[in-house]
Design a protein around this ligand. Structure first.
Ligand code: RP5
Length: 164
C-alpha cells in the first residue's frame, strides 16, 4: 500500500474495537492509514510529538478517538493545522456522553469535526476522511459515489415482513 494519508489515533487500546470501524472503512476504500495509541494525559509528550510531525510525515487527515474527559482530539488539533476528526468513544459510566461533550465543545479558533458516539461515528469519520481525500482523487470520488449508490439500492430493496 502507498504512504498513509490518514492517521488514526486513540487514547487506549481499549478504544480500538470502536476505532476499527474507521480503519475498516478506509481499508474498504483502499485508503492507506496508520493506527496507533497516543494518550493525551498518559503520554502528553508523545501526543505533542505526533501532532507536531503529522503534516511533515505526509498525513492529510487525523482521526482521533477518546473516551471520558476526551481531550486528545482537541489537544492534537491545537498542535497541527491538519483537519482533526474527533470520535467520542463510549465510556463506562456515562456511555460516551462525556466523550461527546468534551470533543464537540471546542472553543472558537481550534476546530475539531466531531462525530457520533461509538461505532457509527468512527465509521463516518472514516467515510468523511475518504470524502476529503476524494476532492483531489477522481478514482476515490468514483468509489464513494458507487458506495452511496449501493447503499441506496439496499434501501430500495428493503421489504417489510408481517404487516398487520
Ligand atoms: C481514555 O480513557 C481512552 O481514550 C479510553 O477511552 C479511556 C479508558 O482507557 P483505559 O483505562 O481503557 O486504558 O484515555
Amino acid at each position: 500500500m502507498s504512504k498513509p494519508l490518514v492517521a488514526i489515533i486513540m487514547g487506549s487500546d481499549s478504544d480500538w474495537p470502536v476505532m476499527k470501524n474507521a480503519a475498516q472503512m478506509l481499508a474498504d476504500f483502499g485508503v492507506a492509514y496508520e493506527a496507533s495509541v497516543v494518550s493525551a494525559h498518559r503520554t502528553p509528550d508523545l501526543m505533542f510529538q505526533f501532532a507536531e510531525s503529522a503534516a511533515t510525515q505526509g498525513f492529510q487527515v487525523i482521526i482521533a478517538g477518546a473516551g471520558g474527559a476526551a481531550h486528545l482530539p482537541g489537544m492534537v488539533a491545537a498542535k497541527t493545522t491538519l483537519p482533526v476528526l474527533g470520535v467520542p468513544v463510549p465510556s463506562k459510566h456515562l456511555q460516551g456522553q462525556d466523550s461527546l461533550l468534551s470533543i464537540v465543545q471546542m472553543p472558537k479558533g481550534i476546530p475539531v469535526a466531531t462525530f457520533a458516539i461509538g461505532d457509527a461515528g468512527a465509521a463516518n469519520a472514516g467515510l468523511f476522511a475518504v470524502a476529503m481525500l476524494a476532492n483531489q482523487d477522481a478514482a476515490l470520488a468514483e468509489k464513494l459515489a458507487a458506495f452511496r449508490k449501493q447503499q441506496a439500492e439496499k434501501v430500495h430493496a428493503m421489504e417489510l415482513s408481517e404487516k398487520p
